[in-house]
Design a protein around this ligand. Structure first.
Ligand code: SF4
Length: 164
């Protein structure tokens, strides 16, 4: 069976980020996978009803996505709004879509409080990074989906090459 890949919508050129912009990734593998029908695109945050644009949000200081899933941490907008429930719903939507469509791998943009898988911002809204997963990436990983950040697309290419 063809390996399916869940992919962040903003990586595919959709203007869904908090600032109303996209962050398209130019890579020949993405075009090939699209033509092969392997890609399943989602913006988890939009799937949970968050608007575009929206205030930037970060997981609270010292925590990461798994802490949000366990109820030990929350997600706040820069304006102070608590968006924890929406971020959990976003992650559940992404996992459900991945499972319904048979995605075993995911390619997600790094740094996002939802999609980040290598780093996230540290909750201080100062631009400081910390190692960790966003909420969606944490849930996908917990479910056994192999998650790669946009910076790791070449590793994803290698990983798929061993399966095909
Ligand atoms: Fe992109 Fe993910 Fe943020 Fe949506 S939730 S804008 S797909 S990084």
């Amino acid at each position: 069976m063809t390996t399916k890949i869940l992919v962040s919508a903003c990586l595919m050129g959709h203007a869904v980020r908090y600032d109303g912009r996209a962050k398209p990734l130019a890579h020949p593998a993405l075009e090939r996978w699209r033509a092969e029908g392997r890609l399943v695109t989602i913006c988890p945050e939009m799937s949970a009803g968050m608007p575009v644009p929206r205030p930037p949000a970060e997981i609270e200081c010292g925590a990461s996505g798994k802490d949000v899933l366990s109820g030990a941490a929350r997600v706040f907008e820069i304006t102070g709004g608590d968006v924890t429930a929406a971020f959990r719903e976003a992650a559940q939507n992404a996992l459900r879509l991945a499972q319904e469509t048979g995605c075993t791998h995911a390619l997600l943009i790094d740094g996002s409080p939802s999609c980040g898988s290598g780093f996230i911002y540290d909750g201080s809204f100062s631009g400081s990074r910390r190692d960790g997963n966003g909420v969606t990436a944490a849930l996908l990983k917990r479910a056994g989906i192999q998650v790669f950040s946009d910076r790791e697309i070449d590793r994803l290419v290698e990983s798929l090459a061993t399966l095909i």
